[in-house]
Design a protein around this ligand. Structure first.
Ligand SMILES: [Ca+2]
Length: 278
């Protein structure tokens, strides 16, 4: 026997003629709302503006430095460099480019981005799944951390380390555990923006070099949207090496200065971003 209970809805005679008359409006309204929602989410996202920058100062930069990370913290500039057998972490004199102190990585590591958290500097490696942690003042290695995937750029927003891996993805890590606590996908005009490389957190935005591009993307850390582009193409030196691309942004929080350079570039620049000039 089929023990299903009979429907318990009210008999047809109990439905008022007016409700019966209007009932067809409900699905029509639902379809209309769905179409409106689709149109809303598929609407063209305006492309962010491209903004010129001004050069405030120009300093020497070592042309053997395959720049992968750049930070300015507590009055000092630090740079990490890449390539197997040539990867280093350096403390530099900004004005002269002189190497004040450096520590080489073992030749089996390809150095990538760096970020300072307190008195420690975290340094990623490209494909080795190892992050090194150095004492910021002595550059002595304090510990190593294992992680999954590739390491490209790194920065710190005061709470989380933010890591790029060459895709459109930014991973937010707890500095204490190095666990990923959040993932952000970056979009430019509604489209995924891959090849995110060296990073710098500046006044609530994530500045990202895009591999092989002369532009820096300014990214909203909540939505992942590029809010504007900075055009640094006038700074690009005429170099034969196709790998000598823009890569390296550092922010001096105390003075508001922004420094940029590129891989193997002969100069480091202090730049200024004119306000409200898209
Ligand atoms: Ca940086």
């Amino acid at each position: 026997m089929n023990a299903r209970r009979m429907p318990t809805s009210a008999p047809r005679s109990a439905v008022s003629p007016l409700r019966r008359h209007l009932s067809w409006l409900v699905p029509v309204a639902a379809v209309g709302a769905a179409l409106a929602a689709v149109a809303y989410y598929n609407r063209p996202v305006p492309l962010p503006p491209v903004q010129a920058i001004e050069v405030v100062a120009q300093y020497p930069h070592a042309t053997d430095a395959f720049t992968q990370g750049l930070i300015f913290v507590d009055g000092e500039l630090y740079e990490s460099t890449g390539h197997y057998g040539e990867s280093r972490l350096r403390r530099l004199n900004v004005e002269t480019g002189e190497v004040l102190q450096e520590v080489p990585l073992h030749r089996r590591y390809f150095g990538e981005g760096i970020a300072a958290v307190g008195d420690e500097i975290y340094l990623l490696t490209w494909k080795e799944g190892t992050a090194f942690v150095f004492d910021k003042n002595t550059l002595e290695e304090k510990r190593r951390i294992s992680y999954e995937g590739e390491g490209w750029g790194l920065t710190y927003d005061g709470r989380h380390l933010i890591q790029s891996d060459g895709t459109d993805r930014l991973q937010f890590r707890d500095p204490a555990s190095f666990e990923v606590v959040r993932t952000l996908h970056v979009t430019d005009g509604g489209r995924p923006l891959p090849y995110l490389n060296e990073l710098e957190y500046i006044d609530g935005q994530i500045y990202a070099n895009v591999w092989y591009s002369d532009l820096i993307a300014c990214i909203d850390p909540q939505s992942g949207r590029v809010t504007r582009w900075l055009d640094l193409s006038p700074l690009k030196p005429p170099m034969a090496d196709s790998e000598a691309v823009l890569n390296g942004t550092a922010y001096d929080k105390a003075s508001g200065r922004i420094f940029v350079t590129g891989k193997l570039w002969p100069h480091l620049y202090e730049i200024r971003i004119p306000a409200n000039k898209p």
